[in-house]
Design a binder for this molecule. Sequence first.
Ligand SMILES: NC(=O)c1ccc[n+]([C@@H]2O[C@H](COP(=O)([O-])OP(=O)(O)OC[C@H]3O[C@@H](n4cnc5c(N)ncnc54)[C@H](O)[C@@H]3O)[C@@H](O)[C@H]2O)c1
Ligand SMILES: [Zn+2]
Length: 342
Amino acid sequence: MKNVHIGSITEDHFNQLISTYDPSQIIAIVDENTAPYLDEIHLITDINIDAIQLPSGENHKNIQTVAAIWKDLTDNQFRRDGLIINLGGGVITDMGGFAAATYKRGVDFINIPTTLLAMVDAAIGGKTGVDFFDFKNQIGVIKEAEGVFCDVAFLGSLPKEELMSGFAEVLKHGLVADSKYFDYCTYTPFEELKWEKIVEGSVRIKGEIVAEDPFEKGRRKLLNFGHTIGHALESLRLEQGNPILHGFGVVAGMLVETKISFDKGLINDHYFNKIVNALDQLYDRITITSNDIPFMIERMKNDKKNHNDSINFTLLEGIGKGIFNQSASEEEIQRAIQWYSK
Ligand SMILES: NC(=O)c1ccc[n+]([C@@H]2O[C@H](COP(=O)([O-])OP(=O)(O)OC[C@H]3O[C@@H](n4cnc5c(N)ncnc54)[C@H](O)[C@@H]3O)[C@@H](O)[C@H]2O)c1
Ligand SMILES: [Zn+2]
């Protein structure tokens, strides 16, 4: 991965990174919650940075908003040798990255993630894109940011539930690739966690996986753990007009998929109990009724991660040991969701 800097953003770092690109113009993409952070960046640098402010929220992560960015860039006569700075959560880094990757066939961009989820996941690894109707991340391209600044000081203003949502991806990194990291994240009392250490850990784990398999032909699928069920639950709750944060869907997904792993004999009851207890201690369960299960299974069948007719999962063979390209039958899935709902 290119240029990931973890720590406070200093004048030197910032000016140094910018000077390597010598851009003709810089535009930052922000939302109303992250616009104040651009004022802070203006304080540490004399470099001129214009802003495009978007409305916050997943429901604005669509092609209409991207068209508005393209329009603003065009109105500003933004050139191919300009630089875009995505300053915000995963919605901004996904959408700003996509707008940058497509405007004039691609201009350089850097990410300054301001949520935990974006620091440990969305802002790194090169996936960009938007939702299309109710299909999440249906349209997009893979293009890596030229640089990423992860400054955990931004997390100070983040609502606790957003922090917990991002922490789900952190736990996922531990579960699929690093048992020591999982232990640190779950044995340390939540209030005592060192966020910089966590961002470092997740950037390292995700970075290694993505470097090996940037286009998700194999090993990158490990990062889908919890997401087959999680996305189906997110879709269900969206459909019901009662959406949940992404990470909360992922936690439910990790529990159900841990149960599937256990039922298939991939993990023993010691690991099973350890994972379930750790997740249950941190997160409440989400109500899923038996009437909801057919909708979820239908959604999973449409999921882009499937080959043939079976539903494809990343499961666990241990803590820190994910295994991809595993299929589960509808009965196995149903049984695991029913276990989760009890
Ligand atoms: N590209 C990838 O690999 C990848 C990976 C995971 C998730 N994602 C995407 O990321 C998105 C979710 O990201 P998110 O959880 O960061 O959502 P988000 O960008 O919507 O941010 C959550 C909320 O927090 C606000 N906010 C941002 N920074 C803040 C701060 N420092 N203080 C206070 N409020 C702040 C935002 O304005 C927003 O209201 C989803 O669209 C998901 O698909 C992408
Ligand atoms: Zn995720």
